[in-house]
Every structure is written in structure tokens, then in C-alpha cells.
Ligand binder design. Structure first.
Ligand SMILES: C[S@@+](CC[C@H](N)C(=O)[O-])C[C@H]1O[C@@H](n2cnc3c(N)ncnc32)[C@H](O)[C@@H]1O
Length: 184
């Protein structure tokens, strides 16, 4: 009897593991087809580029395609920003909320949402680590909707055509970081 129960529990655990793995793999596929695969920013790099951003207490830091939320979480924890994290992938948003709770970082609004449907008009900082094709499609949205003095930080890829708005670049391999200000 004991062996039978142990065996059943083992099969159940294996089943849960296999289903979780399937959900995670499908969600990564979903991220890719919606515009950008999930690749997290390196912790050392984010500490460096957030320091350069000069975020002040209470300013709104919006991370579009936030993944596990590590960048927005650091902006809130280290600079007392108001944080918003948006991602199309529900598994990553679930994980971001879980980690924020576990590490006792409160006050971040994490939402499952498409970037194109996100209100960017109140953000003081908009952080992006997205594929160039997606950045290209988002340009008009930022040009029309972002507020005066908003800083747009693009990690990894420059935003083509925005050379005149680029006021700072951190040269780093493989991923540089570009800072843009459209209106000041
Ligand atoms: C390269 S990852 C960056 C993750 C995180 N920002 C970081 O730096 O660690 C890109 C993220 O964008 C998300 N994404 C892709 N297309 C999206 C869309 N249309 N709307 C919202 N999020 C999207 C993906 O799910 C993925 O988590």
C-alpha cells in the first residue's frame, strides 16, 4: 500500500513538472511571436545604467516588456521610483509578482498587457530591452504619447532615426544602453 501511494505521488509530481515546463515553453514562444523573446538584462548592467539615469524619488519608471521585473524592481528599491511593469507573457508577470513579494518590494504595478495598448503618457522613464523591429513600430507611439522630459532607455539596440534625441550612451558588450529625450 505504502509503495503504491509513493509511486502515485511520484507520478503526480512528474506530471506537474511536465505540465509546468510545457506552459513555460509555450509562454516563451508567445513572447517571441508577440515581438521579442525573453532575455533578461544582466544584473551588473542594470545597476550601472540605472545609476546613469538619475532617477528621483517618486518619478514613474515604466518597464515595457518587463520579464521577471528585475529592472523596475531595482528602480523602485534603490531610487524610490514608482514602478510599473508590463509584459505580454502571463507566466513572467506571475513570476515577477512572486519575486517582488518574496523580496518584499512593494508598490509595483505588474500587468499583463500589450505594449501597444499601454498608456505611456505619465512615465518619467520608459525602459525597453526589445528587438529592433518592435522598437521601430513603437517610435510613433512614443513620439505622440510620451510626456515632456521623459527619458527613454533602450538597452541592447539603438532606436534608428532618433540619433538627434540620443543624449547618452553606455558602451558595453554585447549590449550597449541608449538614453533618449524627445522633448525637453
Ligand atoms: C528581451 S526581454 C526583456 C525582459 C526584461 N525587460 C529585462 O530587461 O530583463 C523582452 C520582453 O518583452 C516581452 N514582450 C514581447 N512582446 C511584447 C508585447 N507586444 N507587449 C508586451 N511585452 C512584450 C517579452 O515577453 C519579454 O519578456
Amino acid at each position: 500500500m505504502f509503495v503504491l501511494i509513493s509511486y502515485s505521488i511520484l507520478i503526480l509530481l512528474e506530471l506537474i513538472f511536465a505540465i509546468s515546463l510545457c506552459i513555460y515553453t509555450l509562454s516563451l514562444f508567445w513572447s517571441s511571436i508577440m515581438g521579442s523573446p525573453y532575455v533578461p538584462t544582466k544584473k551588473k548592467e542594470l545597476i550601472n545604467f540605472l545609476k546613469e539615469a538619475r532617477i528621483k524619488k517618486g518619478q514613474i519608471f515604466l518597464e515595457l516588456g518587463c520579464g521577471d521585473g528585475r529592472v523596475v524592481k531595482t528602480a523602485v528599491k534603490e531610487y524610490a521610483a514608482k514602478g510599473i511593469g508590463i509584459d505580454i507573457n502571463p507566466t513572467l508577470i506571475f513570476w515577477a509578482k512572486f519575486i517582488a513579494k518574496l523580496t518584499k518590494v512593494s508598490g509595483i504595478e505588474f500587468k499583463v498587457q500589450n505594449i501597444f495598448k499601454t498608456d505611456v503618457s505619465k512615465a518619467d522613464f520608459i525602459y525597453l530591452f526589445l528587438m529592433p523591429k518592435l522598437l521601430e513600430k513603437l517610435k510613433t507611439k512614443f513620439e505622440e504619447e510620451s510626456k515632456k522630459n521623459a527619458v527613454i532607455i533602450s538597452h541592447g539596440f539603438k532606436i534608428l532615426g532618433w540619433e538627434k534625441y540620443n543624449y547618452k550612451t553606455i558602451v558595453n558588450k554585447p549590449f550597449p544602453t541608449y538614453y533618449y529625450k524627445l522633448r525637453s
